[in-house]
Design a protein around this ligand. Structure first.
Ligand code: PMT
Length: 224
């Protein structure tokens, strides 16, 4: 019989780049396609989990058997994730959440003038760090998108955001990171040796991340 190690588990995954509105026709976003998050959603589903996908992109088809929640801004993503969090066993923050948003959103299209224009940005909530504060047994996985000093920044995120696992990808590599079909990652956990996963499809990377998480969840519960 096929083993389904996540059977009965509720997994929430975020995907895509949030969009922060400037006015009704303009926004700030980033290069995240959602592919990594969607691969994780499919892999978690195939391992037996009940999957909720909080997605900031509408360019990818929603995988069969997954509950989608469509969002645009980091604020909407925060609300959706916090609303579900109490009833979830594992959260994977694969989304590229904007760190800043326009301090004000114009309700009508901003008209062009002959002057330069300043856009004031304010910080958004760090959703992963917020989950780290609130967690009551949920297994918390974050990503770290870095271009240099990958280990130092990933370990800093692991500790500062109180995550159980940080999946670091070096987004300066041409075969890894934003909007690629492949990735290469290093998985960091507290008191464990880092796990290196060499370059392969995002679907296969997703499986490896979930296998590592399942093993650590079993360790924590002291079960096999
Ligand atoms: O979507 P793809 O095109 O497939 O690309 C995949 C990816 C590169 C987007 C993905 O692999 C990835 O690295 N996602 C995280 C991107 C990111 O925002 O990293 P960060 O190092 O800035 O953030 C660290 C962690 O905190 C992330 O889990 C992020 O979701 C979370 N975060 C960040 C800011 C914020 N305000 N709230 C958050 O929860």
């Amino acid at each position: 019989a096929k083993e389904l190690p996540l059977k009965g588990k509720k997994v929430l995954i975020t995907a895509g780049g949030t969009k922060e509105r400037i006015d009704p026709v303009r926004f700030i976003t980033n290069d995240s396609s959602g592919k990594m998050g969607y691969s994780l959603a499919k892999a978690a589903r195939d391992l037996g989990a009940e999957v909720t996908l909080v997605t900031a992109t509408n360019l990818l088809p929603i995988p069969f058997g997954i509950e989608p929640i469509s969002v645009q801004s980091s604020k909407e993503m925060e609300t959706a994730v916090l609303d579900k969090f109490h009833n979830i066993d594992m959260v994977i923050m694969a989304a590229a959440v904007s760190d800043y948003r326009p301090k004000t959103q114009a309700t009508v299209k901003i008209k062009k003038t002959n002057e330069d224009m300043n856009l004031v940005l304010e910080k958004t909530t760090d959703i992963l760090a917020e989950l780290g504060k609130r967690k009551t047994g949920q297994f918390l996985i974050g990503f770290a998108a870095e271009t240099h000093e990958v280990e130092r920044y990933a370990m800093d995120k692991l500790n500062r955001k109180n995550a159980d696992m940080i999946v670091a990808n070096d987004v300066s590599k041409e075969y890894a990171g934003f909007n690629k079909d492949t990735n290469e990652v290093i998985i960091y956990q507290v008191d464990k040796e880092p796990i290196q996963i060499s370059v392969r499809s995002k679907d296969l990377i997703a499986e490896e991340i979930l296998y590592a998480a399942i093993e650590s969840m079993h360790d924590e519960m002291g079960t096999e």
